[in-house]
Design a protein around this ligand. Structure first.
Ligand code: FAD
Length: 445
């Protein structure tokens, strides 16, 4: 048995974040990760057909991701990020017409408000409704006693067209959920952070490298700290209480004893692990409210660059976003690599790959009107049924804090209480909060 004070179970971004925050206070710990690699839901793999490292799914960050960027800074991979100089989102219609929502004259909320005024995908009436909304929002004059985002928007004079062309694409991408399932409190928090921060920092951020490269250096980071032990390919399958400590068992039956455990795993993995008697605590009521929303990602290479934008929203398409990987990652190849994302994609999830392929080609030919009908050189479809947990208003009510009622048990993950949608920023913040609760117990902060 190991003689460590602390175990971290799961080495996705929340586990990495917890480990970094414990390491900063010199707390020895052991990390257990089920797979042979770290990163959790952000990883890349080499695909023979594409002869390139593809991601498990396209990720995009907001410049408001303070905690995630803090981790990448610690891992020395922050330089792999590409920040938009100005907030800029191309919207493409199915007649190939383009509209740009971008901040004008400067990159502050005022620049964005002016950008909305000239964003002519929306009617003038809709643009005025949107500007009034942001104005009232920043002065705290909105009616916000509606728990569901859709009601909140409707009651604050956002008309159906405005919801369809602005709020739906924005919220589906950020929350991977539908407006009728998003809590108003989370939406208002995201609006504040994304659109109304005062620091001239609006915009999106891309990874210029395949995702695994963002977190890979965590292994050398912990190597330099001789206080961290990592066990890859080690799945924790059982836990037992033993006086004031806990015994963890891995898949081969090996036992490890710890006084404190930070679980950094999704709730569906957690539910089979924790002790039945713990579930009597009200805290664990969240297990009854878990629902996942899927994401479908499509990678395709072509011999023609039909979209030169780094990314764009496809208005009204079941395939919501196109990303020009060749430009984002500066790939030197004779073909052009694109990724396509469909968030909360119940529609595509149930289609077979052949049909998704047809929808993709139809979409490209409609939205980009290439001179010749395009056919992909290679195509790969990745369906993730469990991409993110749905943080519905019901779930938000029981969303667990990182501090559990069981002394010595802490829980982190994008789905835990952070007042953020289930994103990399939420995962990073949750790991930090869990580590801080533990450090507080150990009186290290
Ligand atoms: C396709 C897709 C697209 C996304 N797009 C975006 C985006 O654009 N922007 C954004 O911010 N977020 C995006 N997300 C969400 C983001 O990836 C997650 O919020 C984040 O990676 C979650 O990190 P985590 O540490 O909470 O969980 P995870 O990454 O799931 O980490 C949990 C880890 O625990 C391990 N584990 C599980 N059980 C055990 C066990 N019993 N023993 C040991 N180890 C175990 C797992 O193997 C895993 O490594 C996307 C997610 C997906 C799937």
């Amino acid at each position: 048995m190991l003689n460590n004070e602390v175990a971290i179970v799961g080495c996705g971004v929340s586990g990495i974040s917890a480990s970094i925050h414990l390491s900063r206070s010199n707390i020895p710990h052991t990390i257990f990760e089920r797979r042979n690699f770290i990163g959790g839901r952000i990883f890349s793999f080499f695909d023979e057909k594409f002869s390139y490292h593809l991601d498990n799914g396209q990720h995009i960050f907001s410049s408001a991701y303070k905690n995630f960027f803090e981790i990448l800074t610690e891992l020395n991979t922050i330089e792999y990020l590409d920040y938009q100089k100005k907030f800029y989102v191309p919207f493409i219609q199915n007649n190939s017409k383009k509209f740009y929502l971008k901040s004008s004259f400067n990159n502050s909320k005022f620049g964005l408000l002016f950008g909305i005024l000239v964003f002519n995908l929306l009617t003038l009436k809709n643009r005025v409704e949107l500007i009034k909304f942001f104005h009232k929002f920043s002065r705290n004059h909105l009616k916000n006693n509606y728990p569901v985002a859709l009601d909140f928007l409707v009651k604050n004079e956002q008309s159906p067209n405005l919801i369809k062309y602005f709020w739906e694409p924005f919220c589906t991408a950020v929350f991977n959920s539908s407006l009728s399932e998003i809590p108003t409190s989370l939406l208002t928090n995201v609006i504040r952070l994304t659109f109304l921060n005062d620091k001239n920092k609006l915009g999106f951020v891309f990874s210029k490298v395949p995702l695994s490269q963002l977190t890979k250096s965590f292994l050398s980071y912990i190597n330099t700290k001789s206080i961290v032990d990592i066990r890859l390919g080690t799945s924790i399958t059982k836990i037992k209480e033993n006086n004031k400590s806990f015994i963890l068992y891995d898949q081969s039956g090996q036992a490890y004893e710890f006084r404190n455990i930070i679980f950094c795993i999704p709730p569906n993995f957690l539910s089979s692990l924790i002790l039945e008697e713990w579930k009597n605590f009200e805290y664990f009521n969240f297990f009854n409210k878990i629902k996942f929303n899927p994401i479908v990602s499509i990678y395709a290479s072509f011999n023609y660059e039909f979209c030169k934008e780094k990314f764009a929203h496809l208005v009204g398409s079941p395939i919501h976003w196109v990303f020009n990987k060749t430009r984002i990652e500066n790939i030197q190849n004779s073909s052009y690599l694109y990724s396509f994302t469909s968030s909360n994609s119940t529609e595509l999830m149930n289609q077979n790959n052949l049909h998704i392929n047809e929808i993709l080609l139809e979409t490209i030919n409609q939205y980009f009107k290439p001179k010749l009908k395009l056919n992909p050189i290679n195509i790969k479809i990745i369906k993730d049924k469990f991409a993110t947990i749905s943080i519905s208003p019901e779930f938000e009510k029981v969303r667990p804090s990182q501090l559990s009622p069981i002394e010595g048990i802490y829980i982190a993950g994008d789905w835990t209480k952070t007042e953020l949608p289930a994103t990399l920023e939420s995962a990073s913040l949750s790991g930090k909060l869990a580590a801080n609760f533990l450090l507080n117990k150990l009186k290290k902060i």
